[in-house]
Design a protein around this ligand. Sequence first.
Ligand SMILES: *[C@@H]1O[C@H](CO)[C@@H](O)[C@H](O)[C@H]1NC(C)=O
Ligand SMILES: *[C@@H]1O[C@H](CO)[C@@H](O)[C@H](O)[C@H]1NC(C)=O
Length: 332
Amino acid sequence: MVQLSFVFQTLLLSLGPLLAAASPLQSRGMGVTQYKSSRYMSNLPQNTTHLSFDTETGELTAYDITHRVLSKHTYSPNTTSANSRRQSTVGSCAAMVNSDVQKLPGYQALLADANSLLGAHSWTDLAKSVNSPDNRYPQYPASICTDLDTDTVTVTASGPPTCSIQKESTSGVLVGTSGSVTLSSTQGTSYSVTSTVIQTSSLAVGDSFSVKVSFPGDEEQNTFSVTSTYTNSLSTATQSTDNQQSTESVTMVAGAGQTCSLQYTTTSCSVTGTGTIRAAATGWAWFEYNNGKTHWALNMDYFLTLDQRSSYISLRSGITSSTLSSYTGKCQ
Ligand SMILES: *[C@@H]1O[C@H](CO)[C@@H](O)[C@H](O)[C@H]1NC(C)=O
Ligand SMILES: *[C@@H]1O[C@H](CO)[C@@H](O)[C@H](O)[C@H]1NC(C)=O
């Protein structure tokens, strides 16, 4: 049977404890001595919290939270101009551009950190974010992702499932002189899931994300899950199906001239609900000061809580299931 509730298992970013209180320049997601590395570390020391890139010498420097230099690298940014967003990236992550970074709930906090951390050391002018063109620092990008293994969003159905049970029969087969007939029975459940985007994330509009939708089973049904791709635009419907039915042959022995058939039961259920997909920003928010010579990147995973870097996509979903069972043979 269909469950009263079902689960959207998004492949989302790490769900660290959501600690609310944090003073500037401390990781808002973790304790002050703990480091949260970005997924885009590419040869950087694990406790790197920010980077600088000297656009004249091509030197990339990694720092820890105390602004101690951890390492220096020669780095070639992507000089190909890319003024438009990478379109409709299908996958769990999409590139964020400048305007996306600025729409993060925690952007003002990040900007304050950038000014307090970097301004105090090197610059006097206010920072402005420069995550554009988005592929300029391909090894140290800002991305918005739904692909976290750890997050499970439970969607409660808006009501109990509606089910109907029907008794059905296969068409009859005439028994020949051999005295037996072979009939086929299809048993098990097929599922169909339709989801419609009812609220888009303000970030990465038009991009597509893969999300794993999973439905827990009970004693009678096995758990199944469907991976679907959702586009972050309103009213986009996505349909996924999963067929867990199998067909077996049934041989029946009966007198010649009789007609044999199989009686079985079809149970159809449907239920609807809504679910929310969290899309979380990860990676490096790039800034420059007014003189433009040096670019700075802050590790968003370190400086922002998950909520401060999250945005949500809401779905209305319906699941229907059809279960074929209880086969009995009849010859007459
Ligand atoms: C970061 O790591 C480096 C190298 O292991 C170490 O020297 C430095 O003290 C660390 N920084 C902090 C703030 O823990
Ligand atoms: C550099 O940017 C261009 C334009 O966006 C992109 O097509 C290319 O893949 C980028 N190169 C790298 C190494 O990411």
